[in-house]
Design a protein around this ligand. Structure first.
Ligand code: NAD
Ligand code: TDX
Length: 337
């Protein structure tokens, strides 16, 4: 059955990959992207999404009037909320916009979901809401029952949004689901996050800034596997449930950096150890048993394959990230409202 789905934050990294994934998987679905085009939003990224079943709307999820009139007009079958401020380092520099977008924006979307009777609201959350795990306990993983315990203003804002989503479910019976995913990588990731920063710098023979000693561990997931999981949750996930998404692809940062250096044929002397991130989480690791058992999801792309695919994409799409580094991408307004 055809559906009309609102994808917020679809001009960013994961949202755009989700739009492409859904267009391929469900060509009959209509997808409406609502994005305010912050520094992280890029319309070049959505060039390939143009079709009769796609609409781009410029606007903020915090704009109640705009959001309500969009819901009234479009009569959505589902909302998938990717829109967020997403970079931990920026949240340490300036937390306020994180609280406004990530918490208050979520509230506006939940209110609209209730008012217009949307049958499904999906919140895209993060494993960072669980805090971190120690390096010397490789037997420990985040489950859906792990207590919320946040470290940065970013993760605190995402956790607050999750609590609000669950409170709306309990109080107003809002038909919600939440997914908490580990670190994503793949095409169209903004060159401020570890993997694209290291690829872009290495190609330009610039220093590779590794925070602290580079021993922090992240559980890497290829972005298409995240998109697949969200699609499966929309189809068969149980209302009111949280699903962790991730897949035993734990790597220390320094090993990720060395893999990239080798793949692009550069020298490890580019590595430079810099002052650590304040409050830096040590290790993230997801236990994906619930989504595996309930929905049959599993990650298809292992890190060694995914990182080579990702490096190849950045090599073949240098214009995309050079436009970001030069700031040119902000001049592009390719979609008529
Ligand atoms: P991103 O920063 O690449 O993209 C965010 C998008 O949201 C941008 O297009 C931006 O313009 C848009 N946006 C920001 N504020 C907005 C607002 N007020 N109204 C409308 N649009 C707005 O982020 P990402 O890495 O694609 O992350 C997407 C979501 O997934 C976020 O909610 C993030 O917390 C979550 N997440 C990310 C990761 C990861 O590894 N990147 C992992 C787990 C969860
Ligand atoms: O230049 C860098 N050097 C470095 O050592 C950068 C940008 C990062 N790092 C380290 C910090 C982290 O340990 O690499 C690791 C990954 O950093 P980020 O790419 O900033 O990601 P992280 O902080 O782990 O958060 C990411 O995963 C969870 C996303 O940005 C979040 O949006 C998501 O919720």
């Amino acid at each position: 059955m055809s559906k009309n789905i609102l994808v917020t934050g679809g001009a960013g990294f994961i949202g755009s990959n989700f739009i492409y994934y859904m267009q391929k998987k469900h060509p009959d679905y209509r997808l409406v992207c609502l994005d305010s085009l912050t520094y992280a939003g890029n319309l070049h990224t959505l060039e390939g999404a143009r079709c009769d079943n796609f609409r781009f709307v410029l606007g903020s999820i915090t704009d109640r009037e705009l959001v309500f009139s969009l819901f009234e007009e479009e009569k959505f079958d589902a909302v998938v909320n990717f829109a967020a401020e997403s970079h931990v380092d920026r949240s340490i520099e300036d937390p306020e916009v994180f609280l406004r977008t990530n918490i208050l924006g979520t509230q506006v979307l939940l209110d609209a979901t209730n008012k217009f009777g949307v049958p499904r609201y999906h919140q895209v959350s993060t494993d960072e809401v669980y805090g971190d795990l120690p390096l010397d306990r490789p037997d420990l993983f985040f489950t859906e029952d792990t207590p919320i315990h946040t470290s940065s203003p970013y993760s605190a804002s995402k956790a607050s949004a999750d609590l609000l989503v669950m409170a709306y479910h309990r109080t107003f019976k809002t038909p919600v689901t939440i997914s908490r995913c580990s670190n994503n990588y793949g095409p169209y990731q903004f060159p401020e996050k570890l993997i694209p920063v290291m690829i872009a710098n290495a190609l330009a023979d610039k220093k590779l800034p590794v925070y602290g000693e580079g021993l922090n561990v992240r559980d890497w997931l290829y972005v298409d596997d995240h998109c697949k999981a969200i699609d499966m949750i929309l189809e068969n996930g149980r209302i009111g449930e949280v699903y962790n998404i991730g897949g035993h692809n734990e790597k220390a940062n320094i090993d990720v950096v060395k893999t990239i250096i080798k793949a692009v044929g550069k020298d490890e002397s580019l590595i430079t150890y810099v002052t650590d991130r304040p409050g830096h989480d040590m290790r993230y690791a997801i236990d994906p048993e619930k989504i595996k058992n309930e929905l049959g999801w599993y990650p298809e792309t292992l890190f060694n394959e995914g990182i080579q695919k990702t490096i190849k994409w950045y090599l073949e799409n240098e214009d995309w990230w050079q436009n970001i580094l030069s700031g040119e991408y902000k001049n592009y307004r390719g979609f008529d409202e």
